[in-house]
Design a binder for this molecule. Structure first.
Ligand SMILES: NC(=O)c1ccc[n+]([C@@H]2O[C@H](COP(=O)([O-])OP(=O)(O)OC[C@H]3O[C@@H](n4cnc5c(N)ncnc54)[C@H](O)[C@@H]3O)[C@@H](O)[C@H]2O)c1
Length: 327
């Protein structure tokens, strides 16, 4: 049994990870500031089950606060920190680059500094496929160059990785930076395409499609990411960077067709121009994850999309029922 501190623990990936770690008998400390990027009520629902578990502690706090972090880390002295808290999302980062750097870079450094002070040296850091920018060589491998990010979000993740690498060199931190490739599944962030499209198609409303529909993504089901993070936190040894994806791509148009099939409704397309900051393709080389972590993604996109759509339909039904009870 380990004590694992998850920053961003009420979010999409963090709450799925917490549930899984608790099920394995670990103790989980979740820190989250309920950032208003999306509705607080969604995050409260994410952690409803975890809160019933005596081995789970939720602390509402900002990773940028030195005093609060010192107090929380000092009280709980976690065996390992899974640092997921971040301002997420490529497009909003273009409007607000300073805040993205403040949370994703300075926030990360704040945690690392406090961990050093307390003699805590084990971290898994959530990085992103967006660090690869518009690299032409695919699939993307960890040794590829990441010095041409095309959004402040991507740049903040490169900088976060560098902060981790520096703290490893200076003080011997054990840190694995995991580059997640677009994650989807139950509790997915509402701003992400699969979630947004599913919601709008079910409601028979137009879906905004940016570009010609030929951009391609490697989507990864959340339970596969949770398995990869769990393997990483149990195998920390020095500094490393590892991709976590499915290692298969589908185009935006194929994604929409798949959603239409699983929802049973045709999408109404609202075609818009290509968005700046969006990369053309993401595609993970996962040979390193397989070798180092025994990672082996279990979900195909068809299986994952089927499971997501049925979760979303149930969520909409539950919301309508709880709204009508309140009337
Ligand atoms: N979802 C994806 O497809 C994806 C892909 C690549 C990388 N990532 C990374 O994985 C991590 C988790 O992503 P997610 O999709 O679960 O996002 P999310 O927004 O659902 O979760 C992040 C959580 O961090 C919290 N947070 C934000 N700023 C904070 C602060 N200053 N202090 C404390 N908590 C704060 C938010 O309230 C939120 O609950 C992020 O670092 C993200 O950049 C996600």
């Amino acid at each position: 049994m380990k004590t694992i501190l998850i920053t961003g623990g009420a979010g999409f990936i963090g709450s799925n990870l917490a549930d899984s770690l608790l099920k394995q008998g670990n103790s989980v400390i979740a820190i989250d500031n309920f950032d208003p990027f999306y509705d607080r009520a969604i995050k409260e629902r994410n952690i409803e089950e975890a809160l019933k578990n005596p081995n789970y502690t939720l602390i509402e706090a900002d990773i940028r606060s030195e005093n609060e972090m010192r107090k929380i880390f000092g009280t709980h002295m976690p065996d390992v920190v899974v640092h997921l808290a971040a301002k997420a999302g490529v497009r909003p980062s273009i409007k607000n680059p300073k805040e993205y750097f403040d949370v994703n870079v300075m926030g990360t450094l704040n945690l690392l500094e406090i961990m050093k002070e307390l003699g805590l040296f084990n971290m898994v850091f959530a990085s992103s496929s967006s660090v690869y920018g518009n690299n032409k060589k695919t699939p993307f491998a960890e040794a590829d160059r990441v010095d041409s990010p095309i959004s402040p979000y991507a740049a903040s993740k490169v900088a976060g990785e560098l902060a981790c690498r520096t703290m490893h060199s200076l003080y011997g931190f054990n840190i694995t930076c995991l580059r997640f490739f677009t994650v989807y599944g139950p509790r997915q962030r509402p701003d992400l395409a699969i979630h947004k499209f599913t919601d709008l198609i079910i409601k028979k409303m137009p879906i905004p499609v940016f570009g010609a529909g030929d951009s391609a993504r490697d989507y990864t089901f959340v339970s596969d990411i949770v398995d990869g993070v769990t393997a990483a936190l149990n195998n920390l040894n020095g500094f490393d960077i590892i991709n976590l994806g499915e290692s298969k791509t589908i185009t935006l148009s194929e994604l929409i067709s798949s959603l239409e099939r699983h929802i049973g409704t045709e999408a109404i397309i609202d075609r818009q121009g290509k968005q700046t900051g969006d990369v053309d393709i993401t595609f993970a080389d996962i040979s390193k994850a397989k070798k180092m972590l025994g990672y082996n993604p279990a979900y195909t996109k068809e299986e994952g999309i089927a499971e997501f759509v049925s979760w979303k339909k149930q969520e909409l039904k539950d919301t309508i029922e709880s709204d009508s009870k309140m009337e």
